[in-house]
Design a protein around this ligand. Structure first.
Ligand SMILES: C[S@@+](CC[C@H](N)C(=O)[O-])C[C@H]1O[C@@H](n2cnc3c(N)ncnc32)[C@H](O)[C@@H]1O
Length: 240
């Protein structure tokens, strides 16, 4: 088995750094990515939800409290699975410890497949799109966020970042990043590839967003203005 994104989060130091970053005031996930995921997702009542790379599954609890029928997380990192199992205890929910690549997707089982900030760790996204498509019920949806290709195309391997130079934009593949106190590979691909792959797998692409900041989601004007400089996340949804 080659590199799996989840291995990175099994380093205890990295795991702690990541969790601390997620708790930080005005963190990018809560100010940019999550509000859009919620908006694009809409009403989840009665839905069977699969969350690929669910992390600590705290979002699963929000979905269950918003009325989803059941929630299944697939997560490759042992540290994350342990946190998720604790969080989900007592809910109609489960977390499976498996990499996404190795998990046997059941056919026609889910109304909504979610994946937040995970698919840039996947090498063969086109195959995964097909496996997700067959795991959805007719009319079911895939909704995901990834690091924006403007970001993955600028990954620099050393030092404090002072600029974002887009380079080799049309060269898809792994790029190394020093992040959270370790080094990780993230797969760069273009916006077009994310989009066309969905269509090729049989999805009708319904929404594409680039995490434009909304002032009301920020405490400080300065953070808002900083976030207006470059797009951090790309979000897409497609229907079977
Ligand atoms: C940036 S975190 C996001 C966690 C969660 N989705 C969230 O938004 O809070 C990425 C997660 O994806 C998991 N992950 C990355 N690659 C994976 C893979 N190939 N199989 C399973 N899990 C993976 C990591 O272990 C980590 O928990």
């Amino acid at each position: 088995m080659g590199f799996r994104g989840s291995d990175f989060f099994d380093d205890d130091c990295i795991f702690q750094n990541y969790m601390a970053r997620r708790e930080g005031q005005e963190n990018a996930n809560d100010t940019l990515e999550k509000p859009l995921i919620r908006e694009m997702m809409g009403d989840v009542s009665g839905l069977s939800v699969l969350d690929l790379g669910c992390g600590d599954a705290r979002f699963g609890i929000e979905l269950l409290e918003a009325g989803c029928a059941d929630y299944l997380g697939v997560e490759g990192s042992h540290n994350m699975v342990e946190a998720a199992a604790g969080n989900l205890h007592g809910y109609p929910a489960k977390v499976v410890h498996s990499t996404i690549e190795d998990w046997p997707f059941p056919a026609g089982r889910f109304d909504l497949v979610l994946s937040r900030l995970v698919l840039h760790y996947i090498e063969d996204l086109d195959s995964l799109y097909c496996r997700i498509h067959q795991a959805l019920k007719p009319g079911g949806r895939l909704l995901f966020s990834v690091e924006h290709p403007v970001i993955t195309s600028t990954l620099q391997t050393a030092g404090q970042r002072t600029n974002w130079l887009v380079d080799q934009y049309f060269v898809n593949g792994p790029r190394q990043q020093h992040w959270m106190g370790g080094t990780v590979s993230k797969y760069h691909r273009t916006i077009e590839d994310y989009f066309l792959g969905l269509q090729k797998a049989g999805f009708t692409v319904e929404q594409l967003r680039e995490s434009r900041p909304l002032r009301e989601n920020f405490l400080h004007q300065e953070t808002y203005e900083r976030r207006m400089r470059i797009p951090l996340f790309l979000l897409l949804s497609g229907r079977k």
